[in-house]
Design a protein around this ligand. Sequence first.
Ligand SMILES: *[C@@H]1O[C@H](CO)[C@@H](O)[C@H](O)[C@H]1NC(C)=O
Ligand SMILES: *[C@@H]1O[C@H](CO)[C@@H](O)[C@H](O)[C@H]1NC(C)=O
Ligand SMILES: *[C@@H]1O[C@H](CO)[C@@H](O)[C@H](O)[C@H]1NC(C)=O
Ligand SMILES: *[C@@H]1O[C@H](CO)[C@@H](O)[C@H](O)[C@H]1NC(C)=O
Ligand SMILES: *[C@@H]1O[C@H](CO)[C@@H](O)[C@H](O)[C@H]1NC(C)=O
Ligand SMILES: *[C@@H]1O[C@H](CO)[C@@H](O)[C@H](O)[C@H]1NC(C)=O
Ligand SMILES: *[C@@H]1O[C@H](CO)[C@@H](O)[C@H](O)[C@H]1NC(C)=O
Ligand SMILES: *[C@@H]1O[C@H](CO)[C@@H](O)[C@H](O)[C@H]1NC(C)=O
Length: 480
Amino acid sequence: MLISGNHFILAVCILCLGVWCCGQADNTEAAAAPMEKVEQAALYSAIQGFVGNWWNGSDLYPDPCGWTPIQGVSCDIIGGLWYITTLSIGPVHDNSLACASNVEFRPQLFQLKHLKSLSFFSCFISPSRHPFTIPSDNWEKLAGNLMSLEFRSNPGLIGQIPTSFGYLKKLQSLVLLENGLTGEIPTGIGNLTNLNRLVLAVNRFTGKIPDSFGMLKELLILDLSRNSLSGHLPLGLGGLTSLLKLDLSNNRLKGKLFAHIACLKNLTLLDLRHNRFSGGLSQHVLDMLSLEELMLSCNPLGGDIISLDWQNLQKLVVLDLTNTSLIGEIPESLSGLKRLRHLGLGNNNLTGNLPPKLASLPDLNALYLNGNNLTGVLPFSQVFYGKMGKRFGAWNNPNLCYPVGSMTTRNAPYGVKPCQRGVTLLEPNTTAKLGDDGNLNNNNSHFIAASGFPSYNTRRLGQLILVDTLITVLLLHLFL
Ligand SMILES: *[C@@H]1O[C@H](CO)[C@@H](O)[C@H](O)[C@H]1NC(C)=O
Ligand SMILES: *[C@@H]1O[C@H](CO)[C@@H](O)[C@H](O)[C@H]1NC(C)=O
Ligand SMILES: *[C@@H]1O[C@H](CO)[C@@H](O)[C@H](O)[C@H]1NC(C)=O
Ligand SMILES: *[C@@H]1O[C@H](CO)[C@@H](O)[C@H](O)[C@H]1NC(C)=O
Ligand SMILES: *[C@@H]1O[C@H](CO)[C@@H](O)[C@H](O)[C@H]1NC(C)=O
Ligand SMILES: *[C@@H]1O[C@H](CO)[C@@H](O)[C@H](O)[C@H]1NC(C)=O
Ligand SMILES: *[C@@H]1O[C@H](CO)[C@@H](O)[C@H](O)[C@H]1NC(C)=O
Ligand SMILES: *[C@@H]1O[C@H](CO)[C@@H](O)[C@H](O)[C@H]1NC(C)=O
């Protein structure tokens, strides 16, 4: 292993030497390479600004579009001359150029007039020692060609989005992901009507989502998640009919989910988790026929889900309504969503019995019902609990139990008490079963077992003991 490694390094060195020799020999040819001196000088200077003055491009890469390509740079021939079309700064590949600590945005960057794609990955990294603000000037010089602009994972990139980004009319993709950017999103972003991807996630943007976003008719992906955006959704969002993914999760957005949202017929992902949306889940949401993932958890939505027509969402795979203040019963129609894999209804105020048909969903592999006020007997089979394992949650439903005869304690649903044989006494029709056991003055082994569950608080134990007393009273009536 070691030896072959050494051989490899040797081979690489020889190769390097070869290239270097050739470089010396072909100097004249390199000089004849069809690339404007201005363009070449601008490239070197721009890169040097990011990686540091030690980097001497003309020495190291005399023919950047030819036989000495620079990692992260690509070129195209336009009108018989080479031009730089892609510039990616930062450690994307092993041998990419890393950024200096004191990065400098040189004006030469904006002389690369045929640049189509510009990206900065993990380049501005120290918010405390070297905070950096995106320059506001010169962007219009790139307006003719720039189609993709990306700043990703730059914690040291602070300040606002320059309003001059609004000039970049050719942009199809604007990604400002995981930086330290602040302030309001400039309205001018809404002028970038060729955008099909707009990602401003994981920054510290505040204020409202600009109304002008309604002009972004070509958008396929809009991700503003994990900021501090507030206010209502602009109505114009309903006009973005080509949208496939809309992620506004983890903000402070509020208000109703308005009717126009139903126009997003191609939307496959709607993620509004961790906001302040209220006013109930309207049927409009369920009119987005392409939805595969509907995630609304941790919003004070309120309202019920039983009055909605779930049949529309035949493509739904993930439905997350955890902690959305829902009331009422769980509709059986959910069992018509045959592709459903994840159903999260935990931490609501849902009541009533569980529709047994939920167990028949062929792909279901996670079902969370914990933290509600569901009642009755869990209607699922031992096989079902075996299949779901830890992805079945029903704890914290004080009036729910599982039928004790039907399963081993190992498969018993976590945090759910076994149904008291005695409890069935309360239902006149099942009193016959009383005789099966006969041993009613038995000790309270179920209670003891049940109290082992962490979700069992003393209040509930109290309720159970109350039930127990009731049974005793009933029994007295029966036998006396
Ligand atoms: C790069 O090196 C060349 C030759 O070694 C030298 O003439 C030039 O000034 C250097 N450029 C920079 C920017 O250091
Ligand atoms: C955006 O477009 C509006 C009207 O089309 C215009 O008034 C405004 O100056 C534009 N903003 C930018 C930043 O381009
Ligand atoms: C929705 O998707 C279909 C199929 O991919 C496509 O033909 C249609 O143009 C899309 N609608 C919009 C408004 O983009
Ligand atoms: C439930 O959602 C509310 C917002 O509606 C949030 O404040 C709260 O932290 C959430 N609770 C949990 C346990 O996630
Ligand atoms: C459930 O309803 C009760 C009473 O209406 C309320 O106090 C409680 O906060 C609600 N719980 C949730 C999770 O919405
Ligand atoms: C749960 O529902 C029962 C009726 O089924 C009701 O008596 C009880 O107050 C409810 N508990 C809570 C915490 O809402
Ligand atoms: C007893 O059960 C039968 C069918 O099993 C049902 O028709 C009847 O209504 C039940 N009686 C009561 C009082 O619930
Ligand atoms: C409770 O009942 C179980 C069997 O049902 C028995 O093994 C156990 O000894 C009893 N415990 C007490 C305290 O009576």
